[in-house]
Design a protein around this ligand. Sequence first.
Ligand code: ANZ
Ligand code: ZN
Length: 820
Amino acid sequence: ARSYDAAAAQERWQKFWESDRTFVARDDGSAERKYVLDMFPYPSGDLHMGHAEAFVMGDIAARYWLLRGYDVMHPIGWDSFGLPAENAAIARNAHPAEWTYANIETQAASFKRYGLSFDWTRRLHTSDPEYYRWTQWLFTQFHQRGLAYRKASYVNWCPADQTVLANEQVVAGACERCGAAVTKRQLTQWYFKITDYAQRLLDDMAPLEGHWPDRVLAMQRNWIGRSEGAYVDFAVEGRDEPLTVFTTRPDTLYGATFFVVAPDAPLAAELVTEEYRADFEAYLEQTKAATEIERQSTDRPKSGVFTGAYAVNPVNGTKLPIWAADYVLADYGTGAIMAVPAHDQRDLDFARAFGLDVRQVIDTGEDDPAASGIATAGDGRYVNSELLDGLTDKASGVAAMNAKLEADGTGRAAVTFRLRDWLLSRQRFWGCPIPIIHCPACGEVPVPEADLPVRLPDLRGADLAPKGTSPLASEAARAWREVACPTCGGPAERDTDTMDTFVDSSWYYFRYCSPNDDAAAFDVAATRRWAPVDQYVGGVEHAILHLLYSRFFTKVLFDAGLIEFTEPFTRLMNQGQVINGGKAMSKSLGNGVDLGQQIDIHGVDTIRTAIVFAGPPEDDIDWAAMSPSSTGKFLQRAYRLAADVASEPGVDAASGDAAVRRQTHRSIAEITEAVESQRYNVVVARIMELVNATRKAIDTGCGPADPAVREAAEFVAQALSLVAPYLAEEMWELLGQEPSVARSTWPDADPALLVQESVTMVVQVQGKVRAKLDVAPDISDADAEAAALADAGVQRALDGRSVAKVIVRAPKMVSIVPGA
Ligand code: ANZ
Ligand code: ZN
């Protein structure tokens, strides 16, 4: 056949790979293992172009390691609990399970069609009881270790989805999923104690440096937000207990002129005197409407109310009026601050708005902040600060103050983190039930392991629409909810919340190592063989949440002695997005592009190759600016090479055309390097060069029967198998090889064929060519100049004149300008 029939090939090879078990991990110790993982999808609708880009990148890595002889595990599954399924089900009046599993089947078929080298025997769905049984088991392990606990607090509340959100799920004050403005509610909720791991989450990033994108590491670091400083205790008039604040600048303590508490911290209501209570209550209501982002914004006008109470500065006994103001957050530090307006801009703005004192304690040489309205934060000479006066740098100032506070018993050096505990309970139906039974006599009782899973009740036909409490707390679920206490046998009730889906996805990469294990969450020996993941691929939208939670889970499991490493993902790639006409594809814009449709038009190989060729994997691709048909033409050209090769398989290429062989081996070396450094667009570019050179050799050079041509065409098929797997299989077959190319062995470049012998260097005198010299391709400028001047023809042309100027473009050209 002279041209390639994509549709027929797709069907044929999908069947072949499945029956041949080409991509099933052997796990038999016959080769070193590689674990390649794509972030698993939500089953919302069919695949779109974003999936096409995301999944092709991991597929290249997986297919390459297979050709390199590794035992590769490249699994797939679905993150199938969660709000999208539930909202879709409510809208369609269907059960979330029906919608979810129907979508999974659709996506699975599309993944197969798209030619991904998944090991389908390891498939999992987080909404299967066989999976979530272990999510529940892990929860009980965290509970036992004191890492899962309940507390009442103000939480982020999405009024549209009627559920709480983790801080990580609030983006610029809005619900990450639906965009509604997030408000606050006081509720008792479950938390994971991720803050216990803050320092380790930071420290363990060191080995990821250079293997994870820099911006992801920076975002993680920023989210964890480590601060060094001190706790300082302030006495409060008429109160026994001191107020403690966290400050990064204990050295500015003499400059504290007032004190601020977060209005929504319990402390504020406690401190406020009767005289000021009404004002305070009104202000508290106003605060609840503001988002955290608004509250932290520096250019928002400062607001606040006086509480009537006073704190006493421990170093000099000054009375500081205590204000309630929303720029101080309730759940950071202690929810209260000492305000130093001269050296903190937010405090200065507040002081100016309410006529409070400003006292400079560091003279930086800039204008006095009291006059300029600009706080100074840099180093300078300490003034008005007794023991610090005369010191000139922050480090000594902080050290001296911390020593004094510790000696006086009024403070101590400390480190704090911005990271807060992970709020994991949700008042929604379609999630993993929290395996706790509340007993009036025994309290919180974990469901015993033998009774897991706690299955979601069916609730078919019941109203699942969000109401602020979980559907599992409704009348329809009464029979499910009411149980005997596992400890005392008395009447008790199940917890009615479900878990955040990020819990489900925090450990799925371990489950893939032994997906059908019904005795454990994962087989310890299997995780030892496969994990950590060698290459993880996914979108940068998961830079914080999913990766931080997975890192946390891994550390807890390490502490529990279940695994032997502390980081789950050795190497991470963030693929770019596919956009359309400069805009992100989205349902609301209606500009999404369906993958299936594109495959119908262009075929899988063309789509995959066009995406990979469009640019570096991490860059965005504008689908509107692409021309897949030119990529299709290139693939047909590649295919025709195989059709034209006239020598037999197995012939020794060594006797073939030397120039063709040098080109092939240079391509092998360059493509190998490009795959390993994940410059996949360069891989395609180099394959194109090799295809063109080989076509030239067939048509106008050594001809199709030369064994060097076969060698070139075979490598084209192997290299193309990474991006255009169906076409590559067809080429491999045309070349008379045993199926499948995916099982073939990636060649090594022959070093002897990589040295370029010589290139031609042109020498001009006064613009006229006077000599053509054979020189080494890496000749230096000086050697090129010397060789040019030594040439007899050049000397003749100079005819005794001096040399005024020499322009050297090694190894191509030397141009000589003679003098008078
Ligand atoms: C006095 C001071 C003087 C401060 C100064 C800064 C500069 P990071 O680095 O982010 O940890 N702060 C503490 N708790 C707060 C809260 N709940 N809401 C808002 N602000 C809070 O910042 C720590 C600094 O942020 C602390 O140090 C405190 O202000 C403020 F010249 O104390 B500082
Ligand atoms: Zn009990």
